[in-house]
Design a protein around this ligand. Sequence first.
Ligand SMILES: N[C@@H](CCC(=O)N[C@@H](CS)C(=O)NCC(=O)O)C(=O)O
Length: 211
Amino acid sequence: MAHHPILWTFRRCPYAIRARLALTCSGVKVELREIRLRDKPQAFLQTSASGTVPTLRLADKVFDESLDIMIWALEQNDPHRLLDMPQEGWDLITKNDGPFKAALDHTKYATRYPDINQATERMKAASYLVGLDKRLAGRSWLFGDRPTLADLALLPFVRQFAYIDREWFDAQEWPNLIAWLDRFLESEAFINVMHKYAPWAEGDAPLWFGG
Ligand SMILES: N[C@@H](CCC(=O)N[C@@H](CS)C(=O)NCC(=O)O)C(=O)O
């Protein structure tokens, strides 16, 4: 049984992206195992109680919540002080993971929710994003001139929303939000965590990530 940390992940999943961002910023080295959500390996299903990515297996415990993985990684090492953030940052993460993610899914996957009005859901998401745009006025990141955990936790979801229809997104009156998203998309950390890996197969040599 391996004792080094093993991260089960899926490249495009926003929850997995935020976990990989925190791991990269912490410098903690893990074995990365890319999976396909439609063809989950047995070893993954035996590890992750929820069967969701990201899942991080440690020698003595398993985390299957992205936020827990982020916090664990940064508690090991946090050279950029990402955990040094006001309470408001935690509140933003709660809103992101709750009502914003719901409105995002109802907009992006509208055909799965025939009883829900897509335009109304898009407007719900937009009113939350207008709030972020106001917060970002005159600053590069949510809480000033350096990113915190909240930036890393929210941005993969804002990206997912933006790419439902990037043309529509760019036509909205939220210049600070667009600049924040583009700053993130161009960052070394984001480019690094979006590298493409082949899906893991039993017997593969470890693929190291971070460190
Ligand atoms: N609350 C979890 C949510 C993770 C999640 O829902 N991930 C999706 C992929 S983006 C997943 O694994 N879904 C399971 C599936 O599609 O079978 C977290 O924060 O890690």
